[in-house]
Design a protein around this ligand. Structure first.
Ligand code: UDP
Length: 311
């Protein structure tokens, strides 16, 4: 089996590349390196089964040889990144998805789109099942990411229905773990890095907003289950244990043994009040559910950041 992974040098896709190579795939990774990092692929450097191609998937993709799978993961994904790269984010979600679908169609490959819980926006239904169509502002600052991913889902379904392509859509809820960048801007990496440096933890708003955090190994396992035995309709993959941002801050302080305090900052525009996946579908259709608790996953992630900050 030969697979293309777009966004291969990113946090999630680099873990996916590791898994695919371990499972015996030959993998072509593609990345333009604007938010990805070569360090994430260091352990694949000497793997004969892995090659990295530097290319922006918003431009036409050409690749020699056959492909059995295209995993389309390219996109800025942290709010800080996509607010700084609004046009690139819209382009990779729209043009990039079109190009990745075109490549998969030409090679008769199965296509998997990495979508997001952001398609639900600031949800009015809680927890969010796949049937909920969301509450998104197209013209708000987060619209560049949310609408790009919503378009990407629509495009994927159009290729499935119109061209009969074999497609998958995973809606990824907040995922964390080793290889997040220290300056990624997302809450888990921010809090851990701040705690380890003895700096105040920056809680946006009053900290009562909720998120549900999935450890990266669980996320990758869920994605592989969907790839192997899922259908074309979107599936939520995430951990349904829901925490407020304040609870997360307290847990990070406890687990790091830090003396850091909390500093309150303004809540970003359109920041969702709550977020929690309904994973009934993943449980019944894929036989998947997460195994790693937040405490355990945070402990592993803290170890990673301790080592990488020391280096
Ligand atoms: N957040 C925070 N402090 C930070 C970074 C984020 O309080 O230093 C909050 C943010 O406002 C949001 C939640 O944590 O309510 C999750 O933010 P993140 O950027 O990780 O991802 P999102 O779920 O918003 O895409």
């Amino acid at each position: 089996m030969r697979a293309m992974v777009t966004g291969a040098a990113g946090f999630l896709a680099s873990h996916l590349c590791d898994r695919l190579v371990r499972d015996g795939f030959t993998v072509v990774g593609m990345d333009n390196m604007i938010t990805g990092s070569a360090i994430n692929l260091a352990c694949l450097e000497d793997e004969a089964g892995f090659t990295l191609v530097r290319h922006d998937v918003s431009k036409f993709i050409s690749l020699d040889g056959s492909l059995d799978a295209v995993f389309h993961f390219a996109s800025p994904a942290s709010p800080v990144d996509y607010l700084q790269l609004p046009i690139q984010t819209l382009k990779v979600g729209s043009l990039g998805t079109h190009n990745a679908l075109g490549l998969a169609r030409q090679k008769a490959a199965r296509f998997l789109l990495s979508s997001t819980s952001e398609v639900y926006g600031d949800p009015k239904v809680h927890p969010q099942p796949e049937s909920y169509s969301g509450h998104v502002s197209p013209v708000g600052p987060r619209g560049v990411y949310d609408e790009a991913k919503r378009f990407a889902e629509a495009m994927t379904m159009a290729y499935h229905r119109h061209h009969g392509m074999d497609t998958r859509i995973v809606r990824i809820f907040n995922t964390y773990g080793p290889r997040m960048r220290p300056n990624d801007g997302r809450v888990v990496s921010n809090f851990i890095v701040q705690a380890l440096r003895g700096e105040p933890l920056t809680v946006y708003g009053d900290g009562s907003q909720t998120r549900s955090f999935c450890y990266v190994d669980d996320q990758i396992e869920g994605i592989m289950c969907l790839f192997e035995r899922g259908g074309s309709d979107p599936v939520n993959i995430g951990n349904p244990d829901e925490f407020t941002v304040s609870e997360l801050a307290a847990l990070v302080i406890e687990l790091t043994g830090s003396a850091s305090e909390i500093e309150y900052r303004p809540l970003p525009v359109d920041d969702p009040r709550v977020r929690c996946p309904d994973i009934s579908k993943a449980k019944t259709e894929l036989g998947w559910e997460p195994r790693v608790s937040l405490e355990e996953g945070l402990a592993r992630t803290i170890e990673y950041f301790r080592a990488s900050l020391a280096a």
